[in-house]
Write a protein that binds this ligand. Structure first.
Ligand SMILES: Cc1cc2nc3c(=O)[nH]c(=O)nc-3n(C[C@H](O)[C@H](O)[C@H](O)COP(=O)(O)OP(=O)(O)OC[C@H]3O[C@@H](n4cnc5c(N)ncnc54)[C@H](O)[C@@H]3O)c2cc1C
Length: 419
């Protein structure tokens, strides 16, 4: 519980960043009985708005268990579209240079191979996730939301961490969680170095309405400029994540709706009938950032503050969800045996659990981007043969589906399989 002592507000945990990772972390930790302050520089009213974030997230089926166990899924489910199949194709966009031919080699992931009524995941609009998280945070006795409020300075003392907000409030806690995104200032102040590179690509995100049903099929076309994903949404809509060379993206962003529709059709094909843009477009610069450590005394990194990756496999937030579930177990176990939850010895259990696992997945996605974002003949041949072989081999398909479902390795209790 929050206690007011002199001018300092005391909590068990202060979380900096109320985005998808920080918001979910506050609820997971509150459910374990930790008092949490959740601080975000942005106004929650603005963050809940449709104009703030046009992305959708592919939520893996193991990540969905976390929302279910925290009692959040019932509010998300009406706006979540199940992914029944994923079709991956090596292709070329239609243009005056090319007839848009796709390779005869493609990969098909069919959810029925995982078991009856087990979707590969769900596509959910980020604005829905933010809404559900903020509603639950508002209703939680164990989370105090401080937003808009910026973190000004942080001291990591031997017995406690002190966080000063720009508005003059002072917070103290045993542990601070950095959920302040890819460019985490908290991570930098703690002296944690990163490995970073830019892909020279932008992710153009838009929603399109279409004539025919998508039947829960997600498509990923590997085009020379980068992957082009069509993700099934509710109500005859799909979300596009169109990776484009960074220098070409502004021109596509500036097109009027009619010209944009023609560009989409050139990439989309005709399988969904007539398509039309439904709403605004967003463009995100794509880069890789991996923290060299996820912990330091009284500090733990989660979400994009720990690892920001290319959206090629829709895994960024899913990695953050697994961080949160693992950290909740580590902190609960530490507290229950009387340990200081901010002590490095406790936090190192989180680092051991998550860093290798997430670094391996982050680098795997990075290799996919490099292998597929080009049109070099010999590379096309190698990847097409690889796709064809993987597609024919059931255990290999199952491995990829479980990997994409985040259903592998040591699962934290919030993600564990039922039964
Ligand atoms: C095009 C695209 C498509 C994607 N698709 C998928 C997908 O399908 N599936 C998937 O799993 N992932 C996907 N991702 C990745 C996913 O969107 C991110 O991993 C996720 O949004 C990261 O959330 P976060 O809370 O860690 O960081 P952020 O969303 O960056 O939130 C950080 C928060 O910290 C706050 N903050 C920063 N500094 C301060 C400060 N000093 N004081 C107070 N607050 C501060 C900010 O205001 C912000 O709200 C995609 C990413 C992109 C770019």
């Amino acid at each position: 519980m929050l206690a007011l002592m002199s001018d300092t507000l005391d909590f068990d945990i202060v979380i900096i960043g109320g985005g998808p990772a920080g918001g979910l972390a506050s609820l997971a930790l509150a459910a374990r009985g930790f008092s949490c302050a959740l601080v975000d520089a942005a106004d929650p009213g603005v963050m809940r708005g449709a104009a703030f974030d046009g992305r959708t997230s592919a939520i893996s089926y193991a990540s969905a268990r976390v929302f279910k166990r925290l009692g959040l899924w019932d509010a998300i489910a009406p706006d979540a579209e199940a992914i029944r199949d994923i079709l991956v194709t090596d292709g070329r966009a239609r243009s005056w240079l090319s007839d848009g031919a796709v390779s005869p080699f493609s990969l098909h992931f069919d959810s029925s191979e995982l078991g009856p009524d087990q979707p590969l995941g769900w596509i959910v609009e980020n604005r829905v996730i933010r809404d559900v998280l903020f509603d639950a945070i508002d209703a939680s006795d164990n989370v105090t939301l401080m937003a808009p409020a910026s973190r000004a300075a942080t001291k990591f003392n031997p017995g406690e961490a002190i966080v000063d907000l720009a508005d003059g409030r002072r917070l103290s806690a045993a542990l601070v969680i950095a959920a302040d995104g890819r460019r985490s200032a908290l991570r930098a102040e703690a002296g944690i170095k990163t490995n970073d590179w830019s892909y020279g690509q932008a992710g153009i995100v838009a929603t399109v309405a279409h004539e025919k049903p998508h039947d829960g099929v997600a498509h990923e076309f590997f085009l020379p400029s980068g992957p082009f994903a069509i993700l099934p949404m509710t109500n005859y809509r799909s979300s596009l994540v169109w990776t484009e060379r960074a220098e070409a993206a502004p021109a596509y962003m500036a097109l009027d709706d009619d010209k944009f529709r023609i560009e989409i059709e050139n990439r989309f094909g005709e399988h969904l009938g007539a398509v039309a843009p439904a709403g605004p477009r967003w463009s995100y610069p794509l880069a890789f950032t991996l923290a060299q450590s996820y912990v330091s005394p009284r500090l733990a990194l989660i979400g994009d503050a720990a690892h920001a990756i290319h959206p090629i496999a829709g895994q960024g937030y899913n990695l953050g969800i697994k961080d949160i579930a693992a950290l909740a177990d580590v902190l609960t176990d530490g507290r229950d045996v009387g340990l200081d939850i901010g002590a490095l010895t406790v936090l190192q259990n989180y680092q051991k659990w998550r860093r290798f696992d997430s670094a391996a997945l982050a680098l795997g996605c990075d290799s996919l981007v490099r292998l597929f974002s080009n049109d070099i003949g010999p590379l096309r041949l190698v990847r097409d043969i690889g796709m064809s072989a993987a597609g024919k081999f059931k255990p290999m398909r199952e491995f990829f589906m479980r990997q994409a479902g985040a259903d592998m390795g040591a699962l934290p209790s919030l993600m564990a399989r039922e039964g």
